[in-house]
Each structure stands twice: as structure tokens, then as C-alpha cells.
Design a protein around this ligand. Structure first.
Ligand code: CP
Ligand code: NVA
Length: 303
């Protein structure tokens, strides 16, 4: 594997190895150890959208491993694919750095980077997917549930980039996922078909949150308005009524259900403040695991 663009492209053994490496590196760094496997290496980090977790955790992970991250805002380089074609950027960057990570609007932008770069390219979120998030989530699920296989994951909200990456993770790693979305916001048929082709019946959709959460080990939600959809905000807030993860929804789920959110959370919309602050919420463990997973990913792809 040269690049990390989508979980669906990755063999199961590669994903499991990344999870085990994440656990090992997490333990190592927690006990004061260091692994300077990326000494002298550099990572270019290209961002078309805002980021707290992804930016800082990649920057820390790269530094932790002895390497140097270089953060690049779109305006620094005249926009991605605007001042010069992405295929030229990819070839130029490959002459300078040992890896490229990019957060873009169009998924095609990271695919083009990967096609023309001779160094690894990492998807740090596109409109289509967020694989680093989903892998950190699986790590979190394994820590809290003691297993990944046959974990029941209920995703309540928008059938978006995060939902899609979780569906591919479910297919590859043996979880069962039910996606509850309002009409018009479902996960696309192609994603469901590809996931179920890998692992039959691993993903199903419903329009009823109570149906999705009835057997859930985990309830997962994400914003109703993803980056780039700000002009649809008013319509989306109206269309998602009844899909908030609130205490009533938790009561419809098995006792002890865990609640996950990739963050940033818009409290009072997709999740209530009470649920976000409840003992069921594991969203900060989840956020922390972004760092541990990405250390493993950088070590695997760049060292
Ligand atoms: N979850 C996540 O990717 O957060 P940021 O947008 O802050 O990076
Ligand atoms: N679906 C959200 C995830 C943010 C981490 C977005 O794309 O904005």
C-alpha cells in the first residue's frame, strides 16, 4: 500500500496491522518511550478546509516520530489545482518531501495527488470519505467493547463522508452497521452495495433512529452540515428534526450503550449537551485515538 485514500482499498491484514501498531505505539508513548523511525523525514500537510483534530494530531504524530510536518494553507500555494495542476504539485512535492496528506473538497483531488506523487498520499478527509477518522474510531471501539467483530454500530444522522468510511470499516473488519438517515440524506446505494459485497448484510439503512439503536453497542453521530454545505444549513436543520442523539434515544438503546462523535459537535443539533457530557460518551477517547492511529499510519507508510 503506497497511499491511504479509502478503507475499501485496504486489505484486512493491513488494517489489522495498523490497529495493532496503534495500540503498541499508544502504550509506548504513554510510558515515556519514543520511536524516532521518521527522523529526517518530512510530511506536507495540505488543507482546503478547517481542522483542529486532524491538523494537530498529524503534526504531533509526525514530530513524535522524529519527523517534520509542514502545514500548507490553500492561500499559501494559490489554491489546490488553481495556480497549477494537481498533477504538477504532486510531482514537485515528491521531490521535496517523504509524504503528503491532504484535506480537500473533491475526493478526486487526493486521487490525483496519489496518482502523480511518488511518495505516499494520505486522505485527511474529503467530501467522500474520512478514513483516518474511521480507523481511529475502530481502535476506540476495540478498546471499549473488547472486540470489533459483531459490534453493532448505529449511525444516526447524515449519510456523509464519515458514515461512508465507517461502512467500509464495518465491511472490512466485521462490524454490523445500521444507518438511520432522514429521506434524501441516506448513504448512497453504491456504498451499501460495495460494503455488503465484501461482508454480506454488514450494512443496512433505516429511516427510524429507534430501529437503528435498538440493539446498538455504539451510537455514532456527526454534524448535519458538513464543511462546504453551509448554504444548506437552514434546510438541513429542518430536515434532520427527530434525529438528534438525546437522552430519549439512549433510553431506546441497550443500557450502557456508548456514544461516539467524530467532532466538532454542534450541541443542540445532532447531539444534546446532556448526551455529550454523559458517561456514555466516549468522544474524547475517540479524538485522542486520532493521534495514536496516525502515528501508526505514518510509521507504516513513511518509514
Ligand atoms: N474529526 C475531525 O476530523 O476533526 P477536524 O475537522 O477538527 O480535523
Ligand atoms: N462530516 C464532517 C466531518 C468533520 C470532521 C465534515 O465533512 O465537515
Amino acid at each position: 500500500m503506497k497511499d491511504f485514500l479509502s478503507i475499501i482499498d485496504c486489505p484486512v491484514d493491513f488494517l489489522k496491522e495498523l490497529l495493532d501498531m496503534s495500540t503498541a505505539l499508544k502504550a509506548l508513548y504513554r510510558t515515556g518511550g519514543r520511536d524516532l523511525c521518521l527522523a529526517g523525514r518530512t510530511l506536507a500537510m495540505l488543507f482546503e478546509k478547517p481542522s483542529l483534530r486532524t491538523r494537530i494530531s498529524f503534526q504531533v504524530a509526525m514530530t513524535d516520530l522524529g519527523g517534520s510536518p509542514i502545514y500548507v494553507k490553500p492561500e499559501d500555494i494559490g489554491g489546490l489545482g488553481k495556480r497549477e495542476p494537481i498533477k504538477d504539485m504532486a510531482r514537485v512535492l515528491s521531490r521535496y518531501v517523504d509524504g503528503i496528506m491532504a484535506r480537500t473538497f473533491e475526493h478526486k483531488a487526493v486521487m490525483d495527488l496519489a496518482e502523480f506523487a511518488t511518495v505516499p498520499v494520505i486522505n485527511a478527509l474529503t467530501d467522500w470519505s474520512h478514513p483516518c477518522q474511521a480507523m481511529a474510531d475502530v481502535l476506540t471501539i476495540r478498546e471499549h467493547c473488547g472486540r470489533i467483530e459483531a459490534v453493532n454500530l448505529a449511525f444516526v444522522g447524515d449519510g456523509n463522508n464519515v458514515a461512508r468510511s465507517l461502512a467500509f470499516a464495518a465491511a472490512r473488519l466485521g462490524m454490523k452497521m445500521v444507518v438511520a438517515c432522514p429521506a434524501g440524506y441516506e448513504l448512497d446505494e453504491e456504498t451499501i452495495r460495495r460494503a455488503n459485497q465484501i461482508s454480506p448484510d454488514c450494512v443496512r439503512q433505516t429511516a427510524e433512529p429507534s430501529d437503528a439503536v435498538a440493539d446498538a453497542d455504539i451510537i455514532y453521530t456527526d454534524t448535519w452540515v458538513s464543511m462546504g454545505q453551509e448554504n444548506e444549513k437552514a434546510k438541513r436543520l429542518a430536515d434532520f428534526e427527530g434525529f438528534q442523539v438525546d437522552m430519549k434515544m439512549l433510553e431506546a438503546a441497550p443500557a450502557g450503550v456508548k456514544v461516539m462523535h467524530c467532532l466538532p459537535a454542534y450541541r443542540g443539533f445532532e447531539i444534546s449537551d446532556q448526551v455529550a457530557e454523559s458517561p456514555n460518551s466516549i468522544m474524547f477517547d475517540q479524538a485522542e485515538n486520532r493521534l495514536h492511529f496516525q502515528r501508526a499510519l505514518l510509521k507504516k507508510l513513511l518509514s
